[in-house]
Each structure stands twice: as C-alpha cells, then as structure tokens.
Ligand binder design. Structure first.
Ligand SMILES: Cc1ncc(COP(=O)(O)O)c(C=O)c1O
Length: 374
C-alpha cells in the first residue's frame, strides 16, 4: 500500500542540500546584524519576485506579523481587525504586540474577511487591519485598502499561505502597507522555519530591520524595543534556492487543483475551491465544503479518506474566537456565524507538487465513493 499522501510536504532537492553545505563550510551560520550575505541575497530575490521595494527576512511568519505591528507602533490601547477563521498566529501577533484583536466574519465562498462588515467594527481605537489570504486566495484587497485609507488604518497582510498569489495583476506582497510571509516546513516554499516582510515604505523597512535585532540602531545601542527575529544564513540559503523553484511548484499546484476540480465537479454534496475573477490562487490548500445536511459527516469523511492513506485535513476545526485564550475578545457569538459554519464543514485535500495526476484520480475516486455511501 502507498504511504500517506500528506496534505503538504517540503520539496527539497540536491540544490538546497548543496546550498546549506556551502554555508556550513563557510562557517558564518548567522550574522549579528540580521543581514548576512545569504539573507541579503534571499531578500533581494524576494523583493524582485513580489515587486515590493523592500523585503526583510525574519525567523517565522509569526515574527513577521509581530515585527510589522511593532514597527507600526501598534500596542496597548489599540484594536486590530482580524478574521477568526485563520491560524491562531494572526491574532496571537496582535496580543504579543499588546493590542486587542477584533474578529470579523468571513465570506462563505472565499473564506477571507467579509469586507462589508469591516466598517461596523471600526472604533476610535482601531489602528490596523490584518486580512488573511486564506489557503492562498487573496482577500478583497481593493475594498480593504479603500476602507483603511478612509479611516487611517495600517494594512498588514497575513500572506503566510499566499506566496505566489496575485490580486488584480499584482503579486501579493506589493499591495498593503506590509505583507507577512511564512516559510514554515510545509508552506509553498520553506526554510524550515522562516518569514519575510515586504513593504514599499523605506522608513517602515528600517524600523522592521531594527525590531529584528533587539531594536539596535548600531551594535549594542538600543533606543526602541525589539526582538531576536534574525533569519539564519542556513535558512536564507535554502530560501534562495526554493524561491527559484517556486514557479514550478506553483504550476504543479495549479495543475493539480484544476484536475481535482474537473474530477469533483459533479459531486452535488461538495462546494469546491474557487478562484474568483481578478485573483490568482497560490493553491497552498485545496479546500472543499460539505453542503448543508451533509456537513455533520465531515469528520467521518476525513477519517475515511485518511484510512485510505489520503491525508485530508481540516483547517481550522476551531475558529480562533472559540479558543480558550481568545473567547474574551469575541463580543457576540452570532457575529461570526459564517466562520463557525465553515469550521464545521470544510476540509482540504492534497495538491502539493509531489502529488501526481494518478493521486488526484485516486483522491477523487475515493472521495466520490465515500460520499455516495455516507
Ligand atoms: C495564516 C497564517 N498566519 C500565520 C502563520 C504563522 O507562520 P509561522 O508558522 O511561520 O510562524 C501561519 C503558518 O503557520 C499561517 O498559516
């Protein structure tokens, strides 16, 4: 029997191994300024890829979000608008900065923040919006930018899952005030752990660089608070190689997504992943939804797929506002109905670059069979 087809997995080749070996032989594993030669090379390539003027490498996507909030002077007394249907790090970064997350419901089709609800949540304490490009699909950025402009809010995009996505012909990473990427082990590209912030604002970029190294203006001279958010030279060397491979990775993900859509489109019990006009999906995850009365069977369907070694998975079974740490920040449960509904109905299927056309056929065949029987 075939081993488990994982929901996502790193694609590492001999080029990454060679790059790491080279760094290990050189002996500079990290640079105290946070900007060693490998980091600088990765940042340069990343800014070229996204089209953003500045790219600042850090050691996780969470660090990218937290550093962006710190560099925007967002902290105690501030409110930040975030979706609840996301990985908890989005809201976690807001708490780390000392601010308060205010949750916004999602659009039931795109799973991204519902933009028509944003204005009703803006108070005189609101200072930023963090839209999440969930599963790799861009949020409705033109509406978000317009609202933010009107109310003087900073837009920090959580693009952890969206490297390679585009919105109205612009790469994600070149739209809001800052965009935060993750290179966690199973993201569209990986450095093991890692992150990147892109921006077109020189002053903001400089503040981020400072946050990255304890707030140092120059060695051992600190005037503002920072952290150790440096990316290692080892990680950056992997990142540069992975970034070169990204177009091929994305092409494979897209091909798999299209193939899966074709195979699943006649199943009445499922809503499939979609790519709205004007958006280019990064296909980090292919997420389907069990319709109406079938929704209660979601977990059973996922375990049956897993018993066939198809690594279906649920992102996210518990919305952030229902997690113990965050319950006190959700004003009214009924505010987040679409979020709660989606968390009961969605599951994701493997489409990463190691997934072959045969696997897609196998996923579709098994899913169809399981749904017919259940
Ligand atoms: C939407 C989202 N935001 C933030 C993060 C945090 O990134 P990291 O795990 O690199 O800290 C992740 C990834 O895991 C994510 O998926």
């Amino acid at each position: 029997m075939r081993s488990l087809l994982r929901i996502n997995q790193p694609c590492i080749g001999k080029e990454e191994i060679e790059a790491v070996t080279e760094v290990l032989k050189e002996g500079l594993l990290t640079d105290k300024s946070g900007a060693g030669p490998q980091v600088l090379q990765f940042e340069k390539a990343f800014s070229k890829y996204t089209g953003a003027k500045y790219a600042i490498a850090v050691n996780s996507g969470t660090a990218a979000l937290h550093a962006s909030l710190m560099a925007s002077n967002i902290g105690q007394g501030d409110e930040v608008l975030v979706p609840s249907f996301t990985f908890p790090a989005t809201a976690g970064a807001v708490l780390l900065a000392g601010a308060k997350p205010i949750f916004i419901d999602i659009d039931p089709k795109t799973y991204c923040m519902r933009v028509d609800l944003i204005e009703s949540k803006i108070s005189n304490r609101t200072s930023a919006i963090i839209p999440v490009h969930l599963y790799g699909l861009p949020a409705d950025m033109s509406a978000i930018i317009k609202i933010a402009g009107k109310s003087g809010l900073t837009v920090i995009e959580d693009a952890a899952q969206a490297l390679g996505a585009e919105y109205q012909d612009k790469k994600i990473g070149n739209i809001g005030d800052a965009s935060c990427f993750s290179f966690y082990g199973v993201k569209n590209i990986t450095t093991g752990e890692g992150g990147m912030i892109t921006t077109n604002d020189a002053e903001f970029a400089e503040k981020i660089r400072r946050v990255r190294v304890h707030g140092e203006e120059r060695p051992y001279w600190v005037s503002t608070l920072g952290h150790n958010y440096r990316m290692t030279e080892i990680a950056a060397s992997i990142g540069t190689v992975q970034l070169k491979k990204l177009p091929t990775f994305l092409e494979k993900r897209r091909k798999n997504a299209e193939h899966l859509t074709k195979k699943l489109q006649d199943i009445k019990k499922l809503d499939l992943a979609l790519e709205p006009e004007g958006s280019k999906h990064a296909w980090h995850l292919y997420t389907v939804r069990m319709r109406g009365a079938n929704a209660g069977k979601r977990n059973r369907v996922v375990s049956k797929l897993r018993s066939k070694n198809i690594g279906a998975a649920v992102y996210y079974e518990t919305p952030v506002h229902l997690l113990p740490l965050y319950r006190k920040y959700a004003s009214q449960k009924t505010d987040l109905q679409e979020t709660e509904k989606a968390s009961r109905q969605v599951f994701s299927l493997p489409i990463h670059p190691m997934v072959k056309q045969d696997h897609i056929e196998e996923i579709a065949k098994n899913l169809e069979r399981i749904l017919t029987k259940n």
